[in-house]
Design a protein. Structure first.
Lengths: 153, 153
DNA sequence: TCGATCACTGCGCAGTTTGAGCACTCAGAG
DNA sequence: CTCTGAGTGCTCAAACTGCGCAGTGATCGA
């Protein structure tokens, strides 16, 4: 991942907008209507922006892991701050149950993942980590589709 | 989630493009250069498209769960097909370790989640499910940032 | 039943962006 | 020393945006 591409992907996030005219043609609605609907979604906070869809595998990150962290009492905040510094940690969720944090981590190789996990482990307050590797990801979607809407009372 | 908004979000995925001219100004590069770089990323498969960023909470889906499924021998394919029919199941990963599948599931409420899990449980071949709820998600990013690039040899 | 409101439509116009092409420079590789 | 690739600067018609304004039909409360 060269820095140029990185800047590009970052910049894309900020300059990407839907083509309202084409959208209106596809949906069979007036441009004004589509624009108003988009505005409504944005104002409601549902539509928070636009992002490039990045194929991590094509980017060289072919390893995906879900790692559960157990944290010592009251150490969550600094641990999260530490995790935020590790680029390969894409998501962190505070969770219920035996673990405390669930992280989504990408790496180029298994060795690289090992390296990342070591950087995680040295964070003060981490008691234990458990990782599972994702082998394939047969389902990937952004949001619940119309099926869900149809089920509503 | 009304059907109109759904169509809109779906259509946005297909009609959204970055503003290359503005991007070039921000990056201090020529428009041609930026366009060529974007083409390169697309052709390389790294940049797979553009998507709206949807705030699931604002959309009414305030519950996020990670559910691990244990599947009976050789039943994975039909189970995955069944999961694909459930709109609330946003991601499914085949994983290593004790579980077989890890799912990311959203729901409007805990009751709704309960309902979704019941729909999951009735799929033939599911032996056991274990769910953890995500309370907060302090880190959320799309891809490893420049930090990772700087670390490369 | 009347008037208000709302979602949607259609039109228009100035300004911006796109897509495509061409010519040029510059640095590195063979 | 030449070739090649990356980047630049320019041009043009066509497309799209942002914005405003006027009109229609349906719904709803008084």
């Amino acid at each position: 991942m060269d820095p140029r591409s990185h800047d590009l992907l970052l910049g894309i996030t900020e300059t990407t907008r839907p083509n309202v005219l084409e959208l209106s043609r596809r949906l069979g609605l007036a441009r004004n209507t589509v624009q108003a609907n988009i505005d409504r979604l944005q104002n409601g906070g549902v539509l928070a922006g636009y992002e490039p869809v990045v194929d991590l595998a094509a980017m060289g990150y072919s390893v995906l892991a879900f790692t559960t962290l157990e944290i010592a009492q009251g150490q969550e905040r600094p641990v999260i701050a530490g995790l935020a510094e590790i680029a390969e940690v894409l998501e962190t969720h505070k969770i219920t149950g035996p673990g405390d944090l669930l992280c989504r981590i990408v790496a180029r190789t298994n060795e690289h993942l090992h390296d990342v996990l070591e950087r995680v482990l040295v964070l003060p307050g981490i008691v234990r980590t458990t990782s599972v590797l994702a082998l394939t990801s047969p389902i990937l979607q952004m949001h619940p589709s119309a099926i869900a809407a149809a089920e509503l009372p």
